[in-house]
Design a protein around this ligand. Structure first.
Ligand code: PRX
Length: 666
């Protein structure tokens, strides 16, 4: 790639002037080749919005019953896409490739924590999914039922999702790092009839419990809907077993037939619910529809990842997050690709694991999070032996980034050390709610600028508006919105349509614009988007979304805590770090006592929500900075967390003296 201009590095990319053009050889073979091809697609969508999406839906998916209606806006914002069409997601991900003569192609290469490799062809995966689906049916699980999946990365995890899709059950995967309480809340909210789990998971050479956490979650009550707990034997570790409720996966599926007629569902049938954090209240069950979601999963594999039959794709996400849904469980399978499913962690047995795995399997497309890149930069700087230069990474042709802003410095390192200056980087902006990529470069077309996710995909009407919903000119910051519905958008919040409306289609913006919850700015000349961060009380820690309210609720649930306020502060590795300001019911602790109590509260939050929610820092005060009407002034806490001087107006502050106290770290 040609670097056209060199400028000093800018932390947030807003003043970034370096531009990297697609290598001509890449552009020549790309699925979308050159900016003219990109613009032609955008123009097609502008000209005939429904016709554009109908064409893509027909090209990407096999329909059991073709649709005649494309977009139904009659009950906006509860949009419906392809609603009289019928299909099955699992059929589209498995059967059609076998029917096309690709049954012997490898679908999954499972790389276990200890480096053991298992290959599964499309034919084999189809058989496993069918047996699994028949097993679920044998327990009375049927179309429309919700099934919670609490598993780590495994072939069985992917098969479990596909098996649910095959019978029309709606899955809700809960990340294996969430606590029993978080799991219980999600099971309860979804009204799940079954939980699929494993005895244990392997992470970094250590077994960690899964089934024991399911037992604990179900023991907390409120989960009476659950009839079955299906357990995959991963480690053979000791677990409790409750006769009548628990069943081993192998006992359930081994004698089942290897064929299972797919349940044809309406395009709008809920394929899955995935819980994510919002700024208020409990996590939201984001509901996705079968047809629109699968269409976008497949199309973005072709556009953003330029997927080709000979590629080896590796997305390092976990199936517990949306990235693992769209770009592991569905997208790669929908397009018949071969992919790596990775169980381990990037630092085991050492911090060269990612690069070694790319080398070992000859990965051609690699998709990971900025947090992972930043921590591996640190590791490579500290230890020559795990530096990527020790590995043959020449199989790579495309790199991707997801989940949080990538700072230009990390982008450049990724570009030089992993892509060896020949691989485009697609910085993909999207969300659990959007189902797939929204704003991202197309690798054979878009000139890249480090730190910018560049331009919206064709058909995605992203824009920046002010608080009244008016367009802001390029160069001015504002609120990121999407002006028209698109097929893979969330359909509602499970069981809470009102919250769906107020959270995503607020009246202030006219009730028709989708509010992403992020701030953004467009470059004056290029129109490129740079995401400037969340505009609500949602934190992004290591690419994981956390609501400050959730963490505050967990803290105040501790018997010692009177009040808590949580803010984010910038962190070199994790992007943002959680900083909690806590008032105890007793006198403010200092010194060793403060350290001890902070450790206790961190452990507590880990138990309440999961280790990802543990505050990095806890500061104790006699009070919190509040206005005279009692409102906590979070903007001041953000400044204190950063360790900066307060320059803002504090005239409305009731208790200015508290600021000095909260400046101190414990
Ligand atoms: O703030 C944005 C950030 O992650 C949020 C979505 O988080 P989640 O639903 O967990 O999905 C993560 C995986 C898609 C967004 O609101 N975000 C995601 N991708 C980017 C990003 N911020 C900047 N650049 C990105 N590429």
């Amino acid at each position: 790639m040609a670097e056209t201009e060199t400028q000093p590095q800018q932390q947030n990319g807003l003043q970034e002037n370096r531009v990297f053009l697609p290598p001509p050889a890449f552009a020549a073979q790309a699925n979308v080749s050159g900016m003219d091809a990109y613009k032609a697609l955008c123009e097609e969508a502008e000209r005939d919005y429904e016709g554009f999406w109908a064409r893509l839906a027909r090209e990407n998916l096999d329909w059991h019953k073709p649709f005649t209606s494309v977009l139904d806006e009659s009950n906006a914002p509860f949009y419906k896409w392809f609603q009289d069409g019928q299909l099955n997601a699992s059929y589209n991900c498995l059967d059609r490739h076998i029917n096309n003569g690709n049954g012997d192609k490898t679908a999954l290469i499972f790389e276990a924590d200890d480096g053991a490799v298992t290959r599964v062809t499309y034919r084999e995966l189809h058989e496993r999914v069918c047996k699994f689906a028949n097993g679920l049916k044998s327990r009375g699980i049927k179309k429309g039922d919700r099934v919670v999946i609490y598993m780590s990365m495994s072939v069985e995890g992917v098969a479990a999702m596909q098996a649910c899709a095959r019978i029309g059950a709606t899955h809700s995967v809960v990340f294996g790092g969430f606590s029993a309480k978080s799991l219980q809340e999600r099971i309860n909210d979804a009204g799940a009839v079954a939980v699929i789990t494993a005895d244990e998971q392997m992470r970094g050479g250590k077994p960690l419990p899964l089934k024991a956490i399911v037992d604990e979650a179900l023991g907390l009550g409120g989960c009476d809907s659950v009839r079955d707990v299906i357990v995959y034997r991963r480690t053979g570790g000791n677990i409790a077993f409750y006769e009548g409720r628990d069943i081993w996966l192998h006992d359930l599926v081994d004698n089942q037939p290897g064929q299972c007629e797919p349940e044809w569902v309406d395009a709008e049938h809920p394929l899955f619910i995935l819980y994510t954090s919002g700024s208020t209240g409990t996590p939201k069950g984001v509901q996705h529809a079968t047809g629109g979601f699968l269409l976008w999963a497949a199309q973005t594999m072709k556009w953003t990842f330029d997927i080709k039959p000979q590629d080896l794709f590796w997305c390092t996400a976990d199936i517990g997050w949306v990235t693992g849904h769209t770009y592991i469980a569905y997208g790669p399978l929908a397009v018949g690709a071969t992919q790596i499913v990775f169980e381990g962690v990037p630092t085991y047995p050492n911090a060269g694991r990612f690069w070694q795995t790319i080398d070992k399997h000859k990965v051609s497309i690699f998709y990971t999070a900025p947090t992972a890149i930043r921590s591996l930069i640190k590791a490579a700087n500290a230890d020559e032996n795990v530096h990527p230069k020790n590995y043959d990474l020449s199989s790579l042709r495309l790199l991707g980034s997801v989940g949080e802003p990538i700072n230009p410095e990390a982008w450049m390192w990724y570009y030089r050390n992993i892509g060896r200056e020949k691989c485009p980087i697609v910085d993909t902006f999207w969300q659990t709610e959007t189902g797939g990529h929204m704003i991202t470069p197309l690798p054979g077309a878009t000139p890249l600028v480090p730190g910018s996710c560049t331009l919206p995909l064709p058909g995605i009407m992203a824009a920046i508006v002010d608080e009244a919903g008016q367009d802001v000119p390029n160069g001015n910051g504002g609120i990121l919105v999407v002006k028209r519905p698109w097929p893979s958008m969330l359909r509602t919040i499970w069981g809470n349509p009102e919250r769906f409306k107020t959270a995503y289609f607020p009246d202030e913006l006219g009730g028709r614009y989708y509010l992403a919850g992020d701030g953004a700015i467009r470059n004056k000349d290029t129109g490129y988007f740079t995401i400037t961060g969340r505009i609500d009380d949602v934190l992004n820690v290591s690419g994981h979304r956390m609501g400050t309210m959730e963490i505050e609720s967990a803290l105040v649930a501790h018997e010692m805590v009177a009040e808590a306020a949580v803010v984010g502060k910038p962190d070199d590795t994790t992007g943002e770090a959680i900083c909690a300001f806590v008032v105890l019911k007793r006198a403010r602790p200092t010194g060793e006592e403060a350290k001890k109590l902070a450790a206790e509260l961190r452990t507590w939050v880990g138990k309440e929500i999961g280790p990802i929610a543990k505050p990095k820092e806890i500061r104790f005060g006699d009070n919190l900075p509040k206005t005279r009407s009692g409102k906590i002034m979070r903007r001041l806490l953000r400044v204190l967390a950063k360790g900066e001087q307060i320059t803002q107006d504090i005239s409305t502050l009731e208790n200015p003296a508290i600021l000095e106290q909260l400046r101190e770290t414990s």
